[in-house]
Design a protein around this ligand. Structure first.
Ligand code: HAM
Length: 424
């Protein structure tokens, strides 16, 4: 029988890679704590109807869909936002707003596998429910900045826009919603020619074509350009003004690199306002993305609840850390192997191992029944710092032998002093 492989597009994370993921997740959780977010854990499998309701064609076509044994149409979650919105309209319905909700875990999309694009990948997800203010948008951008900065990423930049600019123009020009969605899908993929061809009116085409050209690193200049370009389109102008307000708030408090792109669109259909993505110079794919979606909760049967959020792509952040050769500081805890010299002392040795663990020392207890020399050789290979050798003679004096594996120095240490001695 051939050796089994993972399902295409899905990966095992082993050793250092697993550690990097854990490190990123720990930082995301720390960010959640600092910004006052409560964690929600939702199922991986959700009703198909919920996940496909407002996500858009792009995601709908890539979902892992199946029928469960009860004949229910279900799917693996392709993102967290729909699930968190569901929780908001049900269990948290009567909670005072705003809600700040954090989730982390795997999500599933049938994307074409390549570097940074997998079919199972990890996101850390933040949603603020119940505020229509630019302050909430600013918080989402700033917490993303906090995560990137604490991870030690360098030179990252935010690409920011407001989907209300494009939608405002298309609405006023009478473009129906289905065509709008198709146009925005193409714009998201930077297929501008295809996007423009979907528009019937020459005036609308020209208007959008002009908008596509407005982008720049000087955000103040770019947003002013957008605002004057769309002056005749009321909703688009409001969206441009809202973007100015958000960017002012963000930049007044923090130093960020921002590019503004007037024709910026994202793959998901539920966005109604500010949208953003984050990039580093070494990678062409986004490390995270999010935006404002004020109509989703209502569409799910809840009260009208404005919302804004972001998801960070943990797999891609791991690639970014590697591309920038960011060193992840080791925790600094010493690792210890506890070995009994004779079979009869196994119980005593395990007791000492438990005492050390209770004192916060990482212990690998000998579980292979190996001879001392073999066990020490193995501990050496696995970069264990100390071996605690439990022998009859020392035990009678309430002590053990402590061997430092690098220096090979061996001393007798009282069991009561052992943890403090190892921790240094
Ligand atoms: P999204 O842009 O579809 O947004 O995904 C967020 C991040 O997930 C991307 O920026 C990327 O880093 C990562 N990602 C997406 N697809 C893949 C893939 N195939 N392989 C690896 N990483 C990937 C959302 O999911 C929205 N729910 C974000 C949001 C929350 N908007 C409002 N609230």
């Amino acid at each position: 029988m051939p050796a089994f492989q993972t399902v295409r597009g899905m990966r095992d994370l082993i050793g250092e890679e697993a550690q990097t993921f854990t490190h990123i997740i720990a930082n995301a959780r720390k960010t959640a704590e600092l910004y006052g977010f409560k964690e929600v854990i939702t199922p991986h499998v959700e009703p198909l109807e919920l996940l496909s309701a407002k996500s858009g064609e792009e995601i709908r076509q890539r979902m892992f869909i199946f029928e469960d044994l009860g004949g229910r149409k279900v799917a693996l979650r392709p993102e967290f936002t729909a699930s968190v919105a569901r929780v908001t309209t049900t269990a948290l319905r009567n909670e005072p707003k705003p809600l700040r909700l954090f989730s982390v875990g795997t999500v599933y999309r049938y994307d074409e596998p390549q570097k940074g694009r997998y079919r199972e990948f990890w996101q850390s997800n933040f949603e603020i429910m119940g505020s229509a203010k630019p302050e909430a948008d600013a918080e989402i951008i700033l917490l993303t900045n906090n995560l990137m900065a604490t991870l030690g990423l360098q030179g990252y930049a935010f690409k920011i826009g407001n989907i209300g600019v494009l939608r405002g123009i298309l609405n006023q020009e009478g473009v129906d919603e289905k065509t709008q969605n198709a146009v925005l899908q193409q714009m998201d993929k930077k297929e501008y020619e295809t996007a423009l061809k979907l528009l019937e009116s020459e005036k609308t085409r020209q208007m959008i074509e002009g908008l596509i050209k407005i982008k720049g690193k000087d955000w103040q200049d770019t947003v002013q350009q957008i605002a004057s370009y769309v002056a005749g389109y009321e909703k688009a102008k409001t969206a441009a003004d809202n973007l100015i307000e958000t960017l002012k708030l963000v930049t007044e408090s923090t130093n960020l690199t921002i590019t503004v792109d007037a024709a910026f669109a994202r793959g998901l259909e539920y966005y109604t306002g500010m949208i953003f993505e984050i990039y580093i110079p070494q990678l062409e794919i986004a490390l995270g993305g999010g935006g404002r979606y004020d109509k989703l909760i209502e569409a799910f049967g809840g009260e009208s609840t404005p919302a804004v959020g972001v998801a960070h792509g943990i797999d891609r952040i791991a690639i970014a850390l590697q591309a920038q050769k960011t060193v992840i500081a080791a925790k600094g805890t010493k690792k210890v192997a506890v070995l009994a010299i004779t079979e009869a002392l196994k119980g005593e040795a395990l007791k000492i191992a438990q005492q050390l663990r209770a004192a916060g020392v990482t212990v690998e207890f000998e579980i292979m029944g190996r001879k001392m020399a073999k066990a020490l050789e193995d501990a050496d290979k696995r970069k264990v710092d100390y071996a605690v050798i439990v022998g009859e003679r020392e035990l009678t004096e309430g002590a053990v032998m402590l061997k430092e594996l690098v220096s090979r120095q061996q001393t007798t240490v009282l069991i009561k002093d052992l943890a403090a001695r190892i921790k240094g």
